[in-house]
Write a new protein. Structure first.
Length: 212
């Protein structure tokens, strides 16, 4: 059934822009009224327990959101942004288990927000990977703050905020992880060079960046 208020606007001879704005407002009001906003827009969530267990000493969670179900109807991803990284928690087996994948700020280049009518997508350019990191279907209300936090992480503004406990923890463990990560990046870089995706000069330059 068509909303009487919209019919009144059409009958009054208002221009298309006015009609479109009123339809948009009506749709948002309907979504809120029916309690299905999170299906289309995503929502803020509490930090999952398994994610809390993966945090290193001093690491703080700054944002936690769930994708809109319109992107993945049954098991939408959770996106966790911390002072150290961006984590994507992907539920499996209808939510009984989950896998966590993280992306370090040191591997990121820049961040761009694409705002839609109901939700937003954040595109993060990765320095050593051919594919960008896409954070899709997140709430419009949260997207600006999340993108700003990621940019701050890229700029190194969270360095030194973790405290001495984090530094002590990282000394033996994080250096090993960083070495393993560098080896993986070098393998990917070499593969891109072999495929002809990058030139010899680009290969050597990015190789030096990884090794530094």
């Amino acid at each position: 059934m068509v909303n009487p208020e919209i019919m009144a606007v059409v009958a009054s001879g208002h221009n298309f822009k006015t009609i479109a704005v009123n339809i948009y407002i009506y749709i948002k009001q309907y979504i809120n009224k029916m309690g299905i906003k999170s299906f289309f827009c995503g929502k803020r969530i509490d930090v999952p327990e398994d994610v809390k267990k993966e945090l290193i000493p001093g690491e703080k969670v700054l944002h936690a959101v769930r994708q809109a179900r319109i992107e993945q109807p049954i098991t939408p991803d959770a996106i966790i942004v911390t002072t150290e990284r961006v984590m994507i928690r992907r539920p499996k087996l209808f939510g009984f288990t989950a896998s966590n994948k993280d992306f370090r700020y040191s591997d990121m280049g820049n961040v761009i927000v694409h705002k839609g009518v109901l939700n937003s997508t954040i595109r993060v350019k990765m320095r050593f990977l051919s594919d960008d990191l896409m954070l899709r279907a997140i709430p419009n209300s949260e997207a600006p703050a999340i993108s700003s936090t990621i940019q701050e992480g890229i700029d190194g503004r969270f360095e030194g905020m973790d405290g001495e406990g984090s530094k002590t923890y990282r000394t033996p463990r994080m250096e090993t992880e960083r070495g393993s990560s560098n080896e993986d990046l070098l393998k990917i870089l070499k593969l891109r060079y072999v495929k002809g995706e990058i030139t010899r000069e680009e290969y050597e330059r990015m190789k030096r960046d990884i090794m530094e």
